[in-house]
Design a protein around this ligand. Structure first.
Ligand code: PRP
Length: 216
């Protein structure tokens, strides 16, 4: 039997993803984030794993280098790849929001003469377009909260989980406009070629999620 390959997301989703897979009897103990090894195998289940940066997971899955991916809805909305989103995993919950200093609120009602810092330029562009605004959007790669503080941007578009990063920097949510959580995605050809195995996995994952929910 051919191994099914999973692309998993490094960072905040990793621990819950590994625990969900282990609830399904799929084990990847070696897959610690400290390890320099990149690909791991669970020979019993004919499954292979690798950890990638969130933004790269949809590319691996769309191109068929991975059959299945676990990644946040924020990244799926930003990357817009051609793949199937098959299951909401319900963890990694956060909101996509416009944030800034409290006085940023009035800027949001202007036609578009302001600057937006974001790791999610596409999501930001679509959000403002839906409001008939075309601000200058500056793509950043991290620590986005810095942008309004040092005067690079007037507002940011970013994920807010606990809100503590914003609060620690004197920033507030100005408009929370999307609910985000982790999703399971599948390559389109893999879904056809391995329908039975992949549907079985979706079923197993849904049951494990229900058990995890009940046990909370
Ligand atoms: C994310 C996000 C915020 C923070 C929100 O950044 O971009 O900065 O987490 O979380 P909170 O509401 O619980 O404070 P991440 O930690 O992924 O790091 P990065 O800024 O380097 O991308």
């Amino acid at each position: 039997m051919r191994d099914l390959t999973f692309a998993l997301t490094k960072g905040r989703l990793a621990e819950k993803t590994l625990s969900l897979l282990s609830q399904c009897g799929i084990h990847c103990e070696d897959l610690s984030e400290d390890s320099r090894k990149l690909v791991f195998v669970d020979p019993e289940n004919h499954v292979r794993f690798f950890m990638a940066k969130a933004a790269d997971v949809p590319t691996y899955v769309e191109q068929g280098a991975a059959d299945i991916g676990i990644v946040g809805k924020d990244v799926l909305l930003e990357e817009q790849k051609d793949l199937y989103e098959v299951l909401d995993l319900g963890f990694g919950k956060c909101r996509m929001a416009v944030a800034g200093f409290p006085e940023g609120k009035k800027l949001l009602n202007q036609r578009g003469d302001f600057r937006v810092g974001s790791k999610y330029p596409e999501i930001a562009r679509r959000y403002f377009l839906s409001r008939h605004q075309q601000p200058l959007i500056l793509k950043l790669n991290g620590s986005v909260e810095l942008a309004p503080i040092v005067g690079l941007a007037d507002v940011i578009v970013d994920i807010v989980e606990t809100g503590s990063t914003l609060a620690a920097n004197g920033l507030v949510v100005l408009d929370a406009f999307l609910e985000i959580s982790a999703r399971m995605v599948v390559n389109k050809a893999s879904m056809k070629l391995h329908a039975e195995r992949i549907n079985g996995l979706i079923q197993q994952m849904s049951e494990a999620l229900r058990r995890m929910e009940d046990g909370r």
